[in-house]
Design a protein around this ligand. Structure first.
Ligand SMILES: C[S@@+](CC[C@H](N)C(=O)[O-])C[C@H]1O[C@@H](n2cnc3c(N)ncnc32)[C@H](O)[C@@H]1O
Length: 240
């Protein structure tokens, strides 16, 4: 983050953003490593089990999209645990998609994974049973456009898991060590990359459940709930 300080300082003055691809080269790997322990320790053994009817589908064979996949660790972990399901993962950053493919190879999950360059608001998919966004919806310029788009290829009984940084709805709820960490990342990374994209919603890493729920609801999901949480993440479940 510090390597990028000059770009962020300039962006504060102009009101423009900083592109995700213009971040320091080590950031992409660092983000993957920062989130991976949380996914490894919670995704399969905790979070997915809290979602309605998801694990039985994954066990028998589901079509899944993992959007904003970055270096692909969430995909790799799910693909290993559910070999009968197929995971197509999207991200708009070419370097991350290339690295995610390498990770899939290293972890022996190339047979049931596919990685593709695409925006969250127009990734090509159909007949999906399950969609996941891990620590990325708030980074997007157009989270509402993404929500509307997820609704299209999702089957009527499908669901969307949105993993977001833990945050309260009010500033004063976030004045704690976790909030401090995320506000720093938000200022240096999340808000600038959202501002750099069309719509520029700039949710930031402390968007909070109420705002996320509203946006997901406006996207066409009638049932949105907070399924579970850890000190670092809240896990939302959205169904049509
Ligand atoms: C904080 S990283 C999280 C990456 C990964 N999900 C993880 O947990 O390690 C946010 C990711 O969202 C991607 N991203 C941001 N805006 C996007 C958009 N509009 N469409 C697709 N991907 C996007 C970035 O390229 C980046 O990989």
């Amino acid at each position: 983050m510090m390597e990028n300080q000059n770009l962020v300082e300039a962006a504060f003055k102009t009101g423009k953003g900083v592109g995700w691809g213009d971040q320091a080269a080590c950031l992409f790997c660092a983000v993957g490593r920062f989130f991976r322990p949380g996914y490894r320790n919670n995704l399969v053994s905790g979070w997915l089990l809290q979602l309605r009817d998801v694990v039985p589908k994954l066990e028998t064979g589901a079509r899944v999209a993992d959007v904003g996949c970055g270096h692909g660790f969430s995909t790799v972990i799910m693909a290993k645990a559910f070999p009968k399901s197929h995971f197509t993962s999207y991200d708009f950053h070419p370097g991350s998609i290339a690295q995610a493919k390498v990770h899939a190879q290293q972890h022996g999950v190339t047979a049931n994974t596919h990685f593709e360059l695409a925006m969250a608001s127009n990734f090509p998919a159909k007949d999906l049973n399950f969609v996941t966004f891990s620590d990325c919806l708030h980074d997007m310029g157009d989270p509402l456009g993404a929500a509307r788009h997820v609704r299209q290829p999702l089957k009527p009984d499908g669901s969307w898991m949105v993993v977001e940084p833990m945050a309260g709805d009010r500033l004063e709820d976030n004045l704690n060590p976790i909030g401090r960490l995320y506000y720093a990342a938000s200022t240096m990374i999340c808000v600038p990359i959202s501002l750099d994209q069309p719509v520029s919603a700039e949710f930031g890493a402390q968007a909070g459940f109420a705002r996320l729920k509203d946006t997901i609801g406006l996207g066409g999901f009638t049932r949105v709930r907070r399924a579970t949480e850890t000190p670092f993440n809240m896990i939302l479940e959205a169904r049509p």
